[in-house]
Design a protein. Structure first.
Length: 429
């Protein structure tokens, strides 16, 4: 498998990437419109959605004409666009498998791009909630966006299924009765590999992440767990988000002569970092480790051999051996022509959570839904997950894995399982 050599022809790749991002934005806007129209046509009389708020309606039928309107706030352009694509793909696959229905109601989808910008996200939120009158929200990608949305959903009593944003305080100081996460937290993501790395790889590490909330929270969790296990962080390095050239940061990190480097980057940033790590000559000299993103298809597929040897803490792989995952992978490959990543699973599980909540609540009333969402369990492709009533975060397995090259593809080889990883009920920081 060939790696992507971003630094050798950076301008051409950036131009190509820009074109793809513009195409992605247009495609998703058209897709959202088509799906919304299709759902409306399936709904008797193409009726309009209910204008009542999530908290005030006692209508056991929910939305208009037996429909449920779902509003998505995702980052469809920029670094996080591939993550959003996976979430929508997974959600749509679940709908296809359930006749376009959740909780017995036809689904109308409204998808908006927040551009990973909290202010844009707030504007799109108001458009969806106060303009489109959506019943339930799904998203976002960015922790910064999630923190901005939290007070709005609390005020409007609107249920938000957090399909990705991993901000720790959504389970701690900013926990809301209306926000339930089906992905993972930055604390889980950062801490899962720390003990193993301290015991099996080395005691001295340099850690890197983008300079934004998720990056800082992942490194905070890793550092605390790593040093508790006897390790020492020599240096923390925070490049800006959307960095194109990591060479200065790789030079700074390698100069510390660590036993290994631990890094958190995702989306296009992650592809560039892994590729440039090899090009800079560090692959094979200083072990590269990271959280789940570094063992996920989203990064390992495009980076190929550059990702070989990375040790990561994953919570999903298309190679996990369980029946639910086998069926999911087969269906996903048939529909999209590629293997699913964790973000596709998060979209799939978002739909499953909504489906179960509406079915059991018998209502779209937010107060009825949250009674079900607290403690809900899902048979996910990643295995069973349970939303902890105390933190609104999933209790789930993580797997220490090493990327190996097998039959021309990067496959995560499971080294150790960390079972039922559960967030602390209060911040330890």
């Amino acid at each position: 498998m060939q790696s992507i050599h971003l630094t050798k022809n950076e301008n051409a790749l950036i131009t190509k990437g820009a074109r793809r991002m513009r195409k992605t934005k247009g495609i998703w806007k058209r897709a959202a419109g088509v799906m919304a129209m299709a759902a409306l046509l399936m709904t008797t009389g193409c009726a309009q959605s209910s204008t009542s708020s999530g908290s005030g309606s006692d209508d056991k039928g929910g939305g208009s004409g037996g429909s449920v309107k779902i509003g998505f706030i995702l980052s469809q352009t920029g670094t996080f666009a591939p993550l959003s694509e996976g979430i929508v793909n997974g959600f749509q696959l679940y709908l296809e498998q359930h006749n376009g229905m959740l909780g017995g109601k036809k689904v109308e989808m409204k998808v908006e791009d927040d551009e990973a910008n909290p202010q844009v996200a707030l504007r799109k939120y108001r458009q969806l909630v106060h303009g489109e009158k959506v019943d339930i929200l799904v998203g976002p990608i960015s922790s910064a966006v999630a923190y901005a949305l939290r007070d709005e959903v609390e005020k409007d009593k609107k249920v938000l299924i957090d399909a990705n944003a991993a901000g720790d305080d959504l389970s701690w100081s900013k926990k809301s009765d209306y926000v339930y996460r089906v992905s993972f937290s930055n604390w889980q993501n950062g801490s899962s590999t720390a003990k193993y790395l301290a015991e099996q790889v080395g005691k001295k590490a340099v850690i890197l992440a983008p300079d934004y909330p998720a990056g800082k929270e992942v490194l905070r969790a890793f550092k605390a767990a790593f040093e508790a296990a006897g390790g020492k962080v020599l240096k923390e390095i925070y490049p800006k988000l959307n960095t194109n050239d990591f060479a200065p940061y790789l030079q700074e990190a390698s100069a510390e002569k660590p036993d290994f480097i631990y890094a958190f980057f995702t989306g296009s940033d992650g592809i560039r970092f892994i590729t440039q790590y090899k090009e800079f000559g560090l692959k094979g000299k200083i072990p590269l480790t990271g959280p789940l993103e570094f063992g996920d298809e989203l990064l390992t597929q495009p980076t190929g051999e550059a990702a070989e040897g990375i040790i990561a803490g994953i919570n999903y792989s298309p190679y996990l051996d369980n029946e639910q995952n086998k069926q999911f992978v087969e269906a996903y490959k048939e529909k999209y022509g590629k293997l699913p990543n964790i973000f596709a699973v998060q979209g799939y599980d978002s739909a499953a959570a909504i489906d179960q909540a509406i079915n059991k609540a018998g209502s779209l009333n937010s107060q009825d839904l949250i009674k079900i969402l607290k403690g809900i369990s899902l048979d996910s492709p990643r295995g069973k997950i349970t939303i902890d009533p105390a933190t609104h975060n999933p209790i789930q397995n993580f797997y220490i894995s090493k990327n190996v090259l097998k039959d021309g593809a990067i496959v995560p080889q499971i080294l150790e399982t960390v079972e039922n990883v559960k967030m602390p009920e209060a911040s330890p920081f």
